[in-house]
Every structure is written in structure tokens, then in C-alpha cells.
Design a protein around this ligand. Structure first.
Ligand SMILES: *[C@@H]1O[C@H](CO)[C@@H](O)[C@H](O)[C@H]1NC(C)=O
Ligand SMILES: *[C@@H]1O[C@H](CO)[C@@H](O)[C@H](O)[C@H]1NC(C)=O
Length: 334
């Protein structure tokens, strides 16, 4: 099945384990505790969701430090972030593209992302859960890289894709680079992380080599077995973000083969799309959910959900203090 469409969602019987939930936007700042720990500000702007232990530096057990989270799953104090999308006007000015929530999420989710923890082929029925090991405290990883510069590089990473939304419920084809036409309901970005772990390292110098990706076709289909170098099967973590590009549609003309949207690191092709993950579930809560069969996006019977009105009260300080709204001559840090 192509990107797990909302229409298909309703048809899936709850016979497989997996978590799917929304997290409202926590903050939009130039911070990156995985790639540039301690750097305040980091090189480019990020859209961040999750727990309030988020900081320029994050070591140790994040879940034990968090006291609130913007995620619907109330025991999840992890942080999830990606670069931010900007509109580049032909007059040279930039404007940040707002995020809107995925239409299927809990009422009250504001902006944010849809987060998945799965390990299944959703197109098959009654697949018995494979043993999945939850991430240990301190675990972190990234996927994709801002320096990816060719279409071939982008195509190879089947877990990193865009859709040109015709409606919030209709995604159209997946593509490895930005759509070049106007999208009636925005640009949808998906980031599938690798799910095979070396069993030893919480991180690695490039933040990627402690993990291994075995997805070869679609991110939501059953991935081939993990290799001997990375033998431990972890949850398949996926982010989905809906960028509301529609308010800029009257400000540009199609047909030049180029589109006016750029990632906050000056990525105008879309090839450099990337995402960061900082594990922060409280105690063994994620493991408990992953050990269950017969549950899907309901917390797997073990995780308490919170009302999004409560989740939305969770905030972190503005540590960088720079303007990320309105028209600007340059994107933050560029
Ligand atoms: C963030 O880090 C600073 C500096 O280490 C520390 O003073 C502050 O308490 C931290 N904030 C949170 C929410 O952990
Ligand atoms: C570019 O256009 C936008 C939208 O009309 C405007 O707000 C902004 O000030 C313009 N920038 C320059 C440099 O003219």
C-alpha cells in the first residue's frame, strides 16, 4: 500500500500492534540536541514536537525528566523534529510555511506531526507481532541528510517522500522531491526511520550508522529481516507533517519546472529532507505497548491518552529568541 492513506485507515481491522498518534507543535527554534548538541542557536530552524525536556543538550533518561508532552500518548516524552519549510518569494523575501494537523488526528491537535511506531505490513491481515525491542534511554538517531544533492540519492531512500495533497484526505503519488505544481491542500512530508539496531550504541558519530534500514519498497510494508551487523528489531518510527503551502499559491506561477519552497537549510530541491529522533518514553511504557498484539493506534491497552487541550499547554522556553514569523530577508541562520 502506498503511504498509509486515511481512507484505508478506517478499513484496517485492529489485528496488528502499532501506535499511531498526534503530537501538537512544541516549539519552532534553532536547536538540535542530536546533531549540534550545546549549540545555541543551531545552524538551521526546526519544527519540534513532544516532551518538555527538550533542550540544546539532552543526555541520559529524557523520559524521567519530562513533566509534560504535546503528544496524545501521555507517557511519551520523546522529541521528534524536522527542518522547517519556507516560501521563497520572487522578490527575495522568505516566509515560514505553517504546519496543519493531519485530518485524522485527535480533535484539538495543533500543527504538529503524526507519529507511528510499527513493524507491520498493513496490507496483510493477522500478522503475528515480531518481537520488537523498545529503544533504551539515551537513544537517538537521524534519517536523511541536508547535503543530499541528486535525485538518485533521494530516490534510493524510499522512506523519505513527499505528496502533493489534493485534499487533506487525498495524497496522490509519492515523490522523492518537491512537487513542481501548486498543491491544493499543501505538501505532505513523510520520514521513515531505519528499524534495525546494532544492539550496542545509543548514538554514532554520524547519528545513523548504529541503525540499518531494510525497507526496500514502501515504508509501511513489512521490512526484510535485520542483518547480522544490526540484529535487533526496533519499532519502525515514522513522522508525517502537513505543510500548508496553500496561502502562498497566489504568490507564484507554475510552469518554470521549479517551485518556490525551500527547507530551512536552503534546500530547494527537497532531496535533503531529514529528521531527528530523541527517545523519551517513560519507564517501560513503549515496550509494554510493543509487546501487545491486537491493537492499533489506541495506546495498545497500556498507554494512557491525554486530551489535546491538556497536551497543548505543554511548552518550552524560547531559548534562541529570533523572529520565525512574518516576511524575512533571510531564513534564520542562513
Ligand atoms: C536546559 O539546559 C540548561 C543548561 O544546561 C539548564 O539550565 C536548563 O534547566 C535545561 N532545561 C530543561 C527544561 O531541561
Ligand atoms: C515581498 O513580497 C511580500 C508579499 O507581498 C512583502 O510582504 C515583502 O515585503 C516583499 N519583500 C520585498 C523585499 O520587497
Amino acid at each position: 500500500m502506498k503511504s498509509f492513506g486515511l481512507a484505508a485507515l478506517a478499513l484496517v481491522a485492529p489485528v496488528q500492534a502499532g501506535l499511531r498518534f498526534g503530537c501538537s507543535t512544541l516549539t519552532i527554534q534553532r536547536l538540535d540536541p542530536v546533531v549540534e548538541p550545546g549549540k545555541l542557536p543551531s545552524s538551521h530552524l526546526h519544527h519540534i514536537v513532544g516532551g518538555n525536556a527538550f533542550n540544546a543538550t539532552m543526555e541520559g533518561d529524557v523520559g524521567s525528566r519530562g513533566t509534560c508532552t504535546t503528544c496524545e500518548m501521555s507517557e511519551d516524552f520523546s522529541n521528534y523534529w524536522t527542518a522547517v519549510l519556507y516560501f521563497k518569494h520572487s522578490n527575495g523575501s522568505y516566509h515560514r510555511v505553517p504546519v496543519v494537523n493531519n485530518a485524522a488526528l485527535a480533535a484539538g491537535t495543533t500543527g504538529g506531526m503524526t507519529i507511528y511506531y510499527t513493524q507491520f505490513d498493513f496490507s496483510k491481515d493477522n500478522v503475528k507481532q515480531r518481537p520488537i525491542k523498545a529503544f533504551p534511554p539515551g537513544f537517538r538517531m537521524t534519517v536523511g541528510k541536508p547535503t543530499a544533492s541528486t535525485l538518485d540519492e533521494a530516490k534510493k531512500h524510499v522512506g523519505l517522500r513527499y505528496n502533493c495533497l489534493t485534499t487533506l484526505l487525498n495524497r496522490g503519488a509519492e515523490m522523492p522531491d518537491f512537487p513542481t505544481k501548486k498543491c491544493a491542500a499543501g505538501i505532505f512530508a513523510v520520514h521513515h526511520f531505519p528499524a534495525c539496531w546494532d544492539g550496542k550504541n545509543l548514538d554514532s558519530p554520524d547519528h545513523q550508522s548504529h541503525m540499518y534500514n531494510t525497507i526496500t519498497r514502501d515504508g509501511f510494508t513489512d521490512a526484510p529481516a535485520c542483518p547480522a551487523s544490526h540484529p535487533v528489531r526496533m519499532p519502525q518510527v515514522t513522522y508525517e507533517t502537513v505543510w500548508d503551502t496553500t496561502k502562498f499559491n497566489s504568490l507564484w506561477t507554475e510552469g518554470s519546472g521549479k517551485q518556490p519552497f525551500v527547507w530551512s537549510f536552503e534546500g530547494s530541491s527537497g532531496y535533503g529532507t531529514h529528521a531527528d529522533y530523541m527517545f523519551g518514553w517513560k519507564g517501560d511504557s513503549l515496550q509494554r505497548a510493543m509487546d501487545r498484539d491486537n491493537c492499533f493506534y489506541d495506546g495498545c491497552g497500556t498507554i494512557t491518552k491525554q486530551a489535546m487541550s491538556v497536551a497543548n499547554k505543554c511548552t518550552v522556553k524560547d531559548m534562541v529568541k529570533e523572529d520565525t514569523n512574518g516576511w524575512v530577508a533571510k531564513m534564520p541562520g542562513m
